[in-house]
Design a protein around this ligand. Structure first.
Ligand SMILES: [Fe+2]
Ligand SMILES: [Fe+2]
Length: 212
């Protein structure tokens, strides 16, 4: 493998961050799950609700991406690097799908996304530096919290917003798989104060991103 200097690494990371925030990341071969659903008419109010929820999900994916990148930088992940890279690419699919849905809903991404990226990158790098067992445990816990959010959003979305729901259902399936990989690869159960802190942070994110 070619030796990478700190400058190379910085450029790679900056490229990744910009691609994520600007919405041009590297994605997998999969289709947007909305492919089999027709668009339905939503009232103005319903459209706004869907957009607010999809904005939160989009920001969640910005954070997920930053988390995986931060972790990849510091963690060893000897046996699971390939599956973690695939998981990170699937997060990019989620990022693109939620962004496309936001556009369909005539809405926009959160202006706070650079903040979420920076914070999540730092947390991911920290977790990776502490040790693989903890960083994988952190991935699993993050995914579990995301799954709970997705369930909540699936209930809150306007009943006939099938396009948003199709995306969230596929995301839920993927996140469940990501959590399983992380646990099967040796991820540890996080201590409850850490879990509480994570819940508190995601609360800040979801409440602000609902509006901006
Ligand atoms: Fe995701
Ligand atoms: Fe995930």
């Amino acid at each position: 493998m070619r030796h990478t200097s700190p400058l190379d690494q910085f450029i790679t990371q900056a490229d990744h961050a910009l691609r994520t925030i600007l919405g041009k990341p590297k994605i997998t071969e999969r289709n947007n799950p909305t492919i089999h659903t027709d668009d339905t008419d939503l009232t103005d109010e319903e459209r706004k609700l869907s957009a607010s929820l999809m904005r939160i999900n989009h920001s969640g994916e910005v954070s997920a991406q930053a988390l995986y990148q931060g972790q990849a930088l510091t963690a060893r992940l000897a046996n699971v690097r390939t599956s973690m890279e695939r998981a990170a690419m699937e997060e990019n699919d989620h990022l693109v799908w939620t962004q496309q849905r936001l556009e369909e809903l005539n809405s926009q991404k959160s202006i706070l996304n650079p903040v979420w990226y920076g914070a999540s990158f730092a947390i991911g790098a920290l977790a990776g530096a502490i040790g693989d067992k903890w960083s994988l445990g952190f991935v699993a816990e993050t995914e579990h919290q995301v799954i709970r959010h997705l369930d909540e959003h699936l209930n809150k979305l306007p009943t006939h917003d099938e396009r948003s729901k199709a995306i969230l259902r596929q995301m839920k399936e993927d996140e469940t798989h990501h959590a399983t990989i992380a646990l099967e690869s040796g991820g540890a159960e996080l201590p409850w104060p850490v879990k509480k802190l994570m819940t508190a942070m995601s609360k800040v994110m979801t409440t602000t991103t609902y509006y901006i």
